[in-house]
Ligand binder design. Sequence first.
Ligand code: HEM
Ligand code: HEM
Ligand SMILES: [Fe+2]
Length: 448
Amino acid sequence: MKYESQKVAKLYFIGAMTLFALQIVFGLLGAVLYVNPTGLPDFLPFSVVRMIHTNALVVWLLMGFFGATYFLLPEETESELYSPFLAKLQFWLFFGAAGAAVVGYLFGYYDGRSYLEQPLIIKLGIVVVALMFLFNCSMTLLRGRKTVISNILLLGLWGVALFFLFSFYLPANVILDKMFWWWVVHLWVEGVWEVVMASILAFLVIKLTGVDREIVEKWLYVIIGLALFTGILGTGHHYYWIGTPGYWQWIGSVFSALEVAPFFAMVIFCFMMVWRGGRDHPNKAALLWTLGCAVTAFFGAGVWGFLHTLAPINYYSHGTQVTAAHGHLAFYGAYAMINLAMITYAMPQLFNRAPYNQLLNMWSFWITTSGVAFMTFTLTFAGIVQTHLQGMLGMSYMEVQDQLGLFYWMRLGAGGVTAAGVVLFILSILLPMGASTASSSARPRPAE
Ligand code: HEM
Ligand code: HEM
Ligand SMILES: [Fe+2]
């Protein structure tokens, strides 16, 4: 760590891990309700549990992106952050708004649209937070060295804020309402978030492998070009059955099938760079998360996305557990893992220690990833049975659910494994145990 102001990232990473833990607790509660629908007190109905699970997810991922940006921007721009104070204030506002939203949800204050349930006042708070963040980062960038990574990262982050504005647009026509809902939900994860992910990946790859910046930059342009070219019209895969014209079935199928390409490119990019790079970076755990992120994102988003993205298949599989299987592996692989990679890379530096809890951290990688993978498999099998019985044979929803109990028990088990992995991860980052800190200053600092 070369710049004092990078320290604000610590606050964001701790906040992100806290909300990650909250997300997992509510995931487990949701899984309990699936196998025992009357198992929780009345103020925790499935709808509220699910909402806290998905909202905590999105908020901790954003918080991680903010932290990652504050960490990497000074190094990229070779200057201190414009205002570390504003960054801290922004954190507490965001954390406060997230807390208020959760408490509000438990008391019934929410609005119906999935992922965007936040009451208006909270949404306005989020906009203020986003403006503070963009102002701070853009001013830092304008003052400092402008690298391709920092420019593209900021482009992505401005896009994230821009598309969030569509959450305020509530057309009375239910078809238009659905169409624009996807402008936030889809254009985030299959558009601008990919841009953010690719930039953070590029930063980590340069640091961990020592490969020339020029090569990484060329890859970064290709990846974000592919992501935006396919992802924008790929939104069409959500327009098949909501009342939009039939041509969306073609546009959505073709462009969303191509969405596999940027995720595949990220895998090739990471492995090529590690293979070419000469650097033997001491933080092996960060490299494991970086490579794991690219691979798992490719499976979760690319393979599990492609599985049900063509209109003739989606006609049967729409809204089944296949969707939930894909949602889990994609969100985990792409956006949870990129954050966990960055936290694993940055936190030892922020705590001024050598990265010595690596063994524990690597165990957490394998346990968490196996847990989510097993959850994905059980939900995929549940989804295939459901697609067959409900989508193709026309059995009723509840009748089919009766057949799926075993899968839901296995999902709960896999969730327990995932939760154990997450606890280990948090411990590996926060606990100062293991080798001594003395080696941190003796260890030669990597060149970049
Ligand atoms: C990291 C990137 C991605 C993430 C985080 C993600 C996440 C999700 C989530 C959470 C849903 C459920 C939305 C809802 O109905 O509430 C969903 C739906 C869907 N995703 Fe993705 N996705 C990603 C990439 C992709 C890609 C690349 C494809 C295609 C190749 C794809 C294809 C689909 C399809 C077809 C649906 C609709 C499923 C249905 O009809 O029920 N996704 N995605
Ligand atoms: C202990 C581990 C977890 C358990 C037991 C769990 C359980 C659940 C349950 C029960 C739901 C509601 C499904 C439904 O509405 O039918 C859900 C939804 C969801 N979870 Fe998890 N979850 C866990 C971890 C995760 C992780 C690590 C991520 C991502 C990083 C994640 C992302 C999501 C998403 C995106 C949805 C919405 C899916 C959709 O709309 O299809 N969950 N989860
Ligand atoms: Fe999508």
